[in-house]
Write a protein of this length. Structure first.
Length: 518
């Protein structure tokens, strides 16, 4: 057994070396500006700031040094940037991956074999960021503390026992008056009513990230394969067949996280628009509902969520997509007919922003599409409390130019949803955070924003939300009484302590917020 492990380890090292020697001819889809030449890059006379704006802004919004502290730049972000410029310890990075992921990264040439700039110039960029960054992260802007009363909603709590709360999905299905909850660990999808009674359990092969039902209430869902950052193509799109057996419609998906099931090519059959988040490798594609053929929209990783609606008034279904990872953007894919789309970048963000969710809405009822957006993804190389994390509302000026109308600083914001929760005629907001500041009082794991008019909101929460880490949320009428309820799911792993001891230990898993307006 020991000999076998040693042999496998040596084979892996040999494969890494062979890939380094033999893959220099590959062209990177994510690094189209990589240069392949036998002549090493020569030092320039440019400053570190100029070089940073030239190289760092070639693929994404230029990140100013004050976005992170000195240590995070030096030890987290910049070493990874070096790899993407063909510098740094590529062999050390690859040695921590399994063979399949290693080969995928090598073929995609995410980390080029040859240096894209002179070592001296790279050091100028490092010095520019480290010297100009603050020693510690800059604080949030001042704001009114949330109230700790929330009379609009009646919370009902559900707990897990003897295991961490690992909720990966919550979904309200009003037609069934059911709430679907997905769990990692034992990998299952359960349907329960608002009282917590489980009516159905579907065992899965990996964590579920999305679920939906067609007009006939046939279920469809995505499984991620690997939930943790991964480039492995192990995700699936599945449904229940005629005999109630799990049927796989699409496989070899790279960490899929969201899907729209709608007719994109106007042939009368619903297609599948799939966000393959991946890690360094991913893609946004739609698959024909008839033959499941793939049609690529973007070869970049980090597709987080998509919205299908007519964005330009030509009565064709367009696509709005939130792209995260290195090239954080909001992108519109305008439908040109016959399944063809034209890409338009609407907004760009620095690569450390941590974009997490987007919703389109007409907030001010002027007939134009506005954007509700959250950023707070901290599961990356820049883990820190970021002052620019939070809930943003951008209003459309009628020319698809978006002006910030509201921003609420909220560490680690993972999702926000807009609805007229109190039925007073204007739009309110509900938001969750996965990476909260545990020292912040009150805890901001969940916030309800009541619309007070003129783009002002009153924030409220409840102490119980400090018990969980809120990664997923959904809003719909769960009890068919005419108002919008909320359900939240906690993915706590080991960060939150159990309440109680021994067999009675429990951890907050799901919270249903029953709207009491009606």
């Amino acid at each position: 057994m020991i000999f076998t492990k040693i042999l496998l380890y040596l084979m892996k090292k040999v494969m890494i070396m062979l890939m380094f020697w033999g893959c220099g001819w590959l062209v990177a889809c994510s690094s189209s500006q990589n240069k392949t030449t036998d002549t090493p890059p020569q030092p320039s006379k440019l400053s570190g700031e100029t070089l940073a704006k030239q190289y760092c802004a070639s693929c994404h919004e230029f990140p100013s040094p004050d976005l992170l502290d000195q240590q995070t730049w030096a030890n987290g972000v910049l070493p990874n940037m070096a790899l993407r410029l063909g510098m740094g310890n590529k062999m050390g990075y690859f040695s921590n991956l399994d063979y399949e992921e290693m080969m995928a990264l090598s073929v995609a040439n995410v980390f080029p074999d040859q240096a894209q700039m002179a070592t001296e110039d790279w050091q100028k960029i490092v010095d520019y960021y480290v010297k100009n960054a603050p020693k510690t992260v800059l604080p949030q802007a001042s704001k009114a503390k949330p109230a700790t009363q929330l009379s609009l909603f009646k919370p009902t709590t559900f707990y897990t026992t003897a295991a961490p709360s690992l909720v990966t999905l919550v979904k309200i299905v009003p037609a069934q008056q059911q709430i679907y909850v997905g769990y990692r660990g034992d990998n299952r999808l359960v349907a329960m009513n608002t009282a917590g009674q489980i009516n159905k359990t579907i065992p899965l092969n990996s964590p579920v990230s999305d679920v939906w039902f067609d007009a006939g209430q046939q279920p469809f869902w995505l499984t991620m394969g690997q939930m943790d950052p991964s480039n492995l193509a192990q995700g699936k799109l599945q449904t229940l067949g005629a005999t109630h057996q799990v049927q796989t419609l699409l496989d070899t998906l790279r960490r899929p996280v969201a899907c729209n099931h709608t007719d994109l090519n106007q042939d009368g059959v619903a297609d599948f628009l799939v966000c393959q988040f991946g890690n360094e490798i991913g893609r946004l594609s739609w698959f024909d509902g008839k033959d499941h053929s793939e049609h690529l929209l973007s070869a970049l990783p980090g597709a987080r969520n998509t919205i299908v609606q007519d964005l330009n008034g030509d009565r064709l279904p367009d696509i709005a997509a939130l792209m995260t990872q290195a090239q954080e953007r909001i992108v519109w894919f305008i439908n040109k007919g016959n399944g063809q789309f034209e890409e338009q970048t609407i907004m760009r963000f620095p690569p450390v922003y941590g974009s997490s969710f987007m919703q389109l809405l007409d907030f001010n009822h002027d007939g134009f599409t506005d954007i509700l957006y959250t950023n707070g993804d901290n599961a990356d190389l820049s883990l820190s409390l970021k002052r620019y994390h939070g809930v943003y509302l951008w209003l459309n000026n009628g020319k698809n130019q978006f002006i910030k109308a509201f921003f609420y600083p909220m560490f680690g914001a993972s999702k926000a949803l807009a609805q007229d929760f109190d039925l007073d005629g204007d739009i309110d907001l509900a938001a969750i955070s996965f990476f909260t500041d545990t020292k912040q009082k009150p805890n901001e794991g969940f916030l309800y924003f009541e619309n007070m008019g003129e783009n002002h909101f009153k924030a409220s929460t409840l102490p119980l939300f400090a018990q969980g880490r809120w990664m997923v949320m959904d809003a719909a009428d769960a009890d068919a009484d005419g108002d919008t309820d909320l359900v939240l799911g906690s993915f706590s792993l080991h960060e939150r302590q159990y309440q109680g001891k021994g067999k009675k230990a429990k951890q907050l898993s799901v919270v249903v917020l029953e709207n009491r307006t009606k």
